[in-house]
Design a protein around this ligand. Structure first.
Ligand SMILES: [Zn+2]
Length: 476
């Protein structure tokens, strides 16, 4: 008995030490992103300005409002006019530069707060995070309470799948009653949206949809192979993810444009369905296949260290092995990518609302930077610059009612804005380096934005990231 007691003591002491070490690790890690904190006593917390001499690209119509003034009052666009006078307010002379709405990336995976700085430096002032775990609720709370500089943060709950185990990153639902419970609890905990995933069977999917409707939560669907593709056109599902799922599920890998036609038609007839193609995420498979040294390129230093270890390296190995076994795999992937571009073109021509999403944060798809790549793919698919910019602004904000205050420059909208040198309706690349990014009316200059990039490089916090993931596995 004595030995058993002693053993118990040792075990509980060990657990205590482990928990304490975990807490200290997470605390030390949080110090590493202190630079994003908004200091309420300093100039960075100002959110009222007048911007003068500015050309506005409002994005509610295809036009430029020349030489205007904009009054931002406590983070909201109060007034747009030829001339505005307000006493005691800071004036920013825009020197005839262009003001556009901040960009919205509708498909990201955030693992760490430093990534929030990367989004901002690339002009992304709102993100939709599609693989929610408890850490995202804390980010969301800090954003709402104006504690940190961050894109506005919308997140789904954990990815919901069916009985079949397809990895511990998904929440397996065994019964319709469990589906109902989870949707209710995600709403309670503060998740904004429901994410359904691969492998969700009809009985449980029906239960998720039913409760999501009652709980007033929009669903974002990574198509499930257990139901027909058309099942995802349900009104509660506001967006369908990934162009490749049309190929891989609806077309069973058959790159046949005749078979594609009725699928495009059905999506276009479903007026509530928005499509988020994530061309960049898939294209990066091709990039891995044609560049053997891609993992040592400088840009990979922006990826989260845990993701680099468990995802980027595994993906690279998988695809380079596939290439070694069969050289034709490279052209197969390239052909599929080209087919995705055509899918986007056809969806767009059929009037489907395309929303810009990258799948940043997994594989080798970079947070922030990749939105410009994604937009370039839409340009390649034949969109005008105005139409491209719509996908990352007004189209995105129309997708969910919780995002309606974003996406255009109009009185009453949230002041998420970019000030850029050239008119993006002529030159999209001008969006890559905004001189100022306003997020909820707070101004970040280029120097600050560049410092966010610098600080995000070569993060070493693999253990902290793993602990946050462990927290999810415990709480779900
Ligand atoms: Zn994703």
């Amino acid at each position: 008995m004595k030995i058993l007691k002693r053993l118990l003591k040792i075990v509980s002491a060990l657990i205590g030490v482990l928990v304490l070490t975990g807490i200290i690790t997470l605390w030390l890690d949080s110090l590493g992103t202190r630079y994003l904190r908004i200091n309420k006593n300093d100039l960075t917390s100002l959110n009222s300005y007048i911007i003068t001499n500015v050309n506005i690209v409002p994005m509610n119509q295809d036009t430029v409002l020349v030489d205007k003034m904009v009054h931002i009052k406590e983070g909201v666009i109060e007034k747009i006019a030829d001339s505005i006078e307000v006493d005691g307010i800071e004036i920013i002379d825009a020197k005839n530069k262009y003001l556009t709405p901040g960009l919205i990336d509708m498909h990201v995976h955030v693992w760490d707060r430093y990534e929030l700085g990367l989004y901002l430096s690339n002009g992304v002032t709102a993100v939709r995070n599609l693989w929610g775990i408890p850490m995202h609720l804390r980010i969301k709370e800090d954003v709402i309470e104006d504690k940190i500089f961050s894109p506005m943060f919308f997140t789904t709950g954990p990815k919901l799948t069916g009985r079949e185990f397809i990895g511990d990153d998904n929440l397996n639902l065994a019964y319709p009653s469990e589906a109902k419970e989870k949707v209710i609890s995600y709403k309670d905990r503060g998740y904004d949206l429901i994410k359904t995933y691969y492998g969700l069977d009809k009985e449980i999917f029906d239960a998720v949809i039913k409760q999501a409707k009652i709980s007033d939560m929009d669903i974002v669907a990574h198509p499930s192979q257990k139901v027909p593709f058309s099942y995802h056109l349900n009104p509660q599902i506001k967006s369908i993810e990934h162009a490749e799922e049309i190929v891989q599920q609806a077309l069973q890998y058959d790159l046949d444009s005749t078979k594609l036609k009725p699928i495009i038609e059905s999506i276009s007839q479903s007026k509530h369905t928005n499509y988020c193609p994530t061309i960049t995420g898939f294209n990066n498979i091709y990039q891995m296949m044609i560049d053997d040294s891609i993992l040592s390129s400088a840009s990979i230093n922006y990826m989260n260290p845990l993701i680099k270890k468990v995802d980027s390296e595994n993906q690279f190995e998988r695809w380079s092995n596939a290439k070694q076994n069969d050289r034709s795999e490279v052209s197969r992937i390239k052909n599929q990518h080209d087919f995705h571009i055509m899918i986007v073109q056809k969806l767009h021509a059929a009037g489907v609302n395309i929303i810009c999403g990258t799948d940043a944060g997994i594989g080798i798809t970079l947070p922030g930077f990749s939105i410009h790549q994604e937009m370039a793919f839409y340009e390649e698919a034949g969109f005008s610059n105005y139409e491209v910019l719509k996908t990352a602004t007004v189209n995105a904000s129309r997708t969910h009612s919780i995002m309606n205050q974003l996406g255009t420059i109009q009185e009453g909208k949230i002041a998420n804005l970019l000030l850029v040198d050239e008119n993006p309706l002529f030159e999209l690349s001008s969006l890559e380096n905004p001189s100022y990014v306003f997020v909820k009316g707070r101004k970040l200059d280029r120097e600050t934005l560049d410092s966010y990039n610098e600080k995000a490089k070569n993060r070493k916090n693999l253990i902290a990231s793993a602990l946050r993931y462990l927290e999810y596995l415990i709480i779900e």
